[in-house]
Design a protein. Structure first.
Length: 660
């Protein structure tokens, strides 16, 4: 048996240990967490996940290339537990899909030797807030951090790092700029912004590019849906394909050193202003500029230096879009200090050789014009089913009917020509036909060539047609009439049914002539017009004039003694007329030029020898006298005032009232 003295040192050690345990109780920080999963993830890599959500990957070399479900991610079934990823020194590559859908992942520690991160490696890691990449990183794959909507800090210290398509789609960064300036998205690129660098950063609204940047890569800022302003550096030389595609830019200034602008570089439909500070760059050339040109789908005003001869019509057309081009002058005392021009730009009148042109189906014709260079003109037709036109102004008639040919210069001068296309073999009806309710009309089709015809209408409640082409108006409205020949040819005509024949009316009665006094006005109407516009005119405006009144009425006025016709015309060449006989001016009168009335008394006034049955009456001072609509005057207080009256035919007069 050991003596007490011999055991005393051991007892003291045990007691001290217990005391330490009481003072400093054991915690998770003092002991290792429990492992909940482990295995290999590469030829020389192992992984271990603990119950606190930390995933550690150790070893050297690249990860296995995961391809779910064929090559599943080894920790895939436990991805919801992962909160933190620590990649050990020696890990060189992160596989595609490695941490996709790790929704609770909040942080990642990257090793200094890491070179590549695969496609969708961190897809939908929606709790991840910050990523700082090592300088060794040279490649970030496509969609790598897509939908990481809490990601507010990105730092890329290697100027040679390449970015895959939509690598940072829908992240939370709002600003971008060089490292060290406090931006959300910090980068080390000094010469070129790589392809896809900021593509689909949907919250990015502010970007600062270093003055040393010479190239903006393909799709670099594509679909940045909040990027409405961008300042391009003066050193910039090349803007890549789709660089700012679908960005909501309102205005852009192209620096003077830019020599190349790629396809759809600015497919920004919100653009209204484009300012070129230097010579014309090389725009992306294509046979379909409306789809692939540098400024396709853009309607904006583009300006360029006044003294730069490189801005030819050909260069402007290559830019694409619906751009209106303007030279920029610097005027001082009416003279441009750069090119010496006096006053603003003046252009000759732009005219097509024909305002109307008749063509046969299949015929082509070169359209000639004056006032512009050939390359400065853009062409289009209103209805491409009727006629087409190429970029050189060669028109091809395609089907019978009419359509407009439009020509627009690059500085937005426009001319047009009506193309009237006929087809001698086509089954033909008139473009439209008017008829009254209850009337019947037999329609004839031209070029039937003895073929059997089948007739129909679109709305039988408006009009009907029998097998012989007899049309009957049923109620007011419009409908289509169709005819088909037995050999398959078709034609159509719009039927316009009105209540009855139109007529000019006065006071509700139809008239064919009207006597008018010089200096008087009358309101006439046109009956049975439906919703159609009425156009009024007189044959001789020196005798009588007419202006638009209310409810499709015409206000006529006698100008001088004589006769003239009044015409009311509706669409479809419907016209009715009325003879206007203008006689000398007449003055309405009563039997008194002045009348004395006692306060409180009344007196009935009547027109003397009136040509109309009624008159309008009023007094100048209603505190002295009042008058009703029938001409009954009542004295209210002592004083004088005028009684005024206007006959229905427009004649006017007055009488002095003395109230005593």
């Amino acid at each position: 048996m050991k003596s007490y003295k011999a055991m005393r040192p051991l007892s003291i050690i045990v007691a001290c240990a217990l005391a330490v345990c009481l003072i400093f109780p054991l915690t998770r920080d003092n002991v290792s967490a429990n492992t909940v999963g482990s295995g290999t993830c590469g030829e020389n890599l192992t992984w271990e996940l603990d119950d606190e959500g930390t995933l550690r990957i150790s070893g050297t070399g690249p990860m296995t290339k995961f391809q779910p479900p064929t090559v599943p991610v080894p920790w895939g079934s436990q991805r919801e537990q992962i909160k933190k990823v620590i990649l050990g020194q020696g890990v060189t590559q992160i596989s595609q899909y490695a941490f996709y859908y790790c929704e609770n992942l909040t942080s990642v520690s990257f090793p200094s030797g890491l070179t590549d991160i695969g496609d969708q490696a961190f897809y939908y890691c929606r709790s991840l807030t910050s990523v700082v990449f090592p300088e060794s990183l040279t490649s970030i794959g496509s969609l790598t951090f897509d939908e990481c909507r809490a990601l507010r800090k990105i730092k890329i210290p290697n100027k040679d790092t390449t970015i895959g398509h939509s690598a940072f789609h829908n992240v939370a960064v709002t600003s971008a700029g060089p490292i060290g300036d406090g931006y959300d998205y910090e980068f080390a690129w000094t010469d070129a912004i790589p392809d896809h660098a900021f593509a689909n950063c949907n919250n990015l609204s502010r970007v600062t590019l270093p003055d040393s940047i010479k190239t903006i890569g393909n799709l670099a800022f594509a679909a940045c849906s909040k990027l409405s302003e961008v300042t391009l550096p003066s050193s910039l030389e090349v803007i890549g394909n789709d660089a700012f595609d679908i960005c909501p830019l309102l205005s852009v200034t192209i620096p003077s050193h830019v020599t190349t602008i790629g396809a759809r570089a600015f497919e920004c439909r919100s653009l209204t202003e484009i300012h070129f500070l230097g010579s014309a760059p090389s725009f992306f050339e294509t046979s379909e500029p409306q789809y692939k040109a540098s400024f396709c789908y853009v309607t904006a005003t583009a300006t360029f230096p006044c003294n730069d001869a490189s801005w030819t019509a050909s260069a402007m057309r290559t830019a694409g879009g619906n751009l209106t081009w303007r030279r920029v002058h610097h005027f001082s005392n009416g003279i441009c200090t750069i090119c010496g021009q006096h006053g603003e730009d003046t252009y000759p009148e732009f005219l097509l050789a024909d305002s109307r042109l008749s063509l046969e189906v299949g015929q082509t014709k070169q359209i000639s014009f004056t006032g512009a260079e050939a390359e400065a003109v853009k062409w289009r037709t209103g209805n491409t089913d009727k006629a087409s036109v190429d970029q050189n102004g060669v028109v091809t008639a395609k089907s019978q009917g009419n359509t407009w040919l439009y020509a627009t210069t690059l500085d937005n001068r426009e001319a047009k020509c009506l193309l009237m296309i006929s087809d001698t073999s086509a089954l033909t009806l008139p473009a439209e036909k008017w008829l009254n309710v209850g009337d019947t009309f037999r329609m004839e089709a031209e070029n039937a060539n003895g073929q059997e015809l089948t007739w129909s209408v679109g709305n039988k409640s408006i009009a009907t047609v029998d097998g012989s082409g007899n049309i009957t108006g049923r109620r007011v409205g419009n409908t289509w009439l169709y005819v088909t020949s037995s050999d398959g040819r078709r034609a159509q005509c719009i039927l316009k049914v009105r209540a009855g024949a139109i007529a000019i009316t006065f006071c509700g009665k139809r008239i064919t002539e009207k006597t008018v006094n010089v200096g008087t006005q009358y309101q006439l109407y046109c009956a049975n017009t439906g919703n159609l516009e009425v156009i009024w005119r007189t044959g001789n405006s020196s005798v009588a004039t007419v202006g638009n009144g209310v409810l499709k009425g015409g206000i006529i006025e006698g100008i001088s003694v004589g006769n003239t016709w009044l015409y009311a015309t509706l669409p479809g060449e419907q016209q009715v007329k009325c003879l206007l006989r203008v006689i000398p001016a007449a003055t309405a009168s009563v039997r008194y030029t002045e009348k004395t009335i006692k306060v409180g008394s009344s007196f009935q006034f009547e027109l003397y020898d009136p040509q109309d049955s009624t008159a309008t009456w009023w007094v100048g001072n209603t505190s002295i006298a009042q008058v009703d609509q029938n001409g009954l005057v009542t004295g209210l207080s002592s004083g004088n005032t005028w009684l005024h009256f206007r006959a229905e035919d427009g004649r006017t007069g007055k009488c002095l009232l003395k109230i005593r």
